[in-house]
Ligand binder design. Sequence first.
Ligand code: URA
Length: 241
Amino acid sequence: MSERDELVRDLLAHGRFLAELDTIGVAWPPAGLATPAPTAGPVATSETPAAARVGSLSAIRAELGDCQRCRLAGGRKTIVFGQGNPEAELMFIGEAPGADEDAQGLAFVGRAGQLLTDIIEKGMKLRRADVFIANILKCRPPQNRNPEPDEVLACQPFLEAQIRAIRPRVLVGLGKFGAQWLLKTAAPITRLRGQLGEYEGIPVMPTYHPAYLLRNAAGKKDVWEDMKVVLRLLGRPVPGE
Ligand code: URA
């Protein structure tokens, strides 16, 4: 699908979302907002119907548009919005798209993504399609360098809005950037890992990034311990227990 077709599709979905809000009597954008900032989107609750969550995500994607808010726009092939179940109880937050993600427009589809899929499906016995996966940055940094603070700030309202639209029961911060952003701390991932925190009232499990695990297989044991805690928080069976 071309970028233009994608935009049209997202705008149509946005329109359906607005029509639906109209039907159920919700004003959009909320009164007093000159421009509909994505952070002002509705916060989902356990009662929020799936269609409204899909609509919220489509509205956030439409607001992102052909984003030129930071320098990464110049080097990207595609915007990687994140993907998964809009009603996900579990949401993973990574760092930024790599080359595979940039090429395909999907989060975590390269080698690290395959390992993340294994953690979710083989380890946790969940379906990847049932969780939601997003990144701090939606565009690939050149040579996969670390995100710059101003890039994180430019992308931040969109990730905040996505989390509010989905309102998962548990968040997992993958690696230093995912964990530090969710927990609003500069503490090293070695200290954060395995210690539950919270983001807007949602429990956060910081753990190692799958790309780190590709280089340090010994870390997989720790990640499995963290995922067991996540499963318990979700009230799901813990394989092997
Ligand atoms: N690493 C990330 O942090 N995110 C991706 O989407 C892929 C690799």
